[in-house]
Write a protein that binds this ligand. Sequence first.
Ligand code: AMP
Length: 213
Amino acid sequence: MNIILLGPPGAGKGTQARKLVDERGMIQLSTGDMLREARTSGTEMGKRVAAIMDAGELVTDEIVIGLIEEKIQGDNGGGFIFDGFPRTLGQADALGDLLAKYKQHLDHVIEMRVDDTALVNRIVGRFTCGNCGEVYHKDTKPTKKDGVCDVCGSEDLKHRADDNEESLRTRLMEYYKKTSPLIGYYYANGKLSSVNGLAEIDKVASSIAAILD
Ligand code: AMP
């Protein structure tokens, strides 16, 4: 089963994707994570995208479509979770073409609905483990032991460079201008379901499970 998690930055797409990986053996394909990896590897592409990401703008469709094509050619295990992709209508069309090319099918698009005012708090308090990728929040999901990841024990806890109010405003603007039309796009092709992304993490997970099952 292949699904898309759709929603603005801070909606909880990454958190829910990680639960689906743990519980169902699905494969998370986060273009944001792939781009962050590319920028730390110091490649030409990494250098080009770093400034764009820090400003909160979208990188070109060509780059992210290329990253996704590399990943979806192999075995899809328990299915792919597209997290943060597609983000434009061009990317959505390209994903449809790629899935057809590799004989895959899109089963569900899950829109995570959240209220904009909640996003600022969610984003500004967020930090992640540099080793295993677990996502935390200073108020709602702190680590059990200060400065140590609950999952893998790493002390490499990081705050993302683009998780600040100024960059978030640009990211939200990009979302409303370029990504939110995808809600209509996937509604029209009969794939869209919505969940309340403001509910507790486990409640959101149950709503998603109800759609998938
Ligand atoms: P995310 O981790 O999904 O919030 O993505 C972080 C940043 O990576 C975004 O603000 C964009 O600059 C870039 N990015 C991630 N996914 C995409 C995408 N599908 N299209 C364009 N830019 C992307």
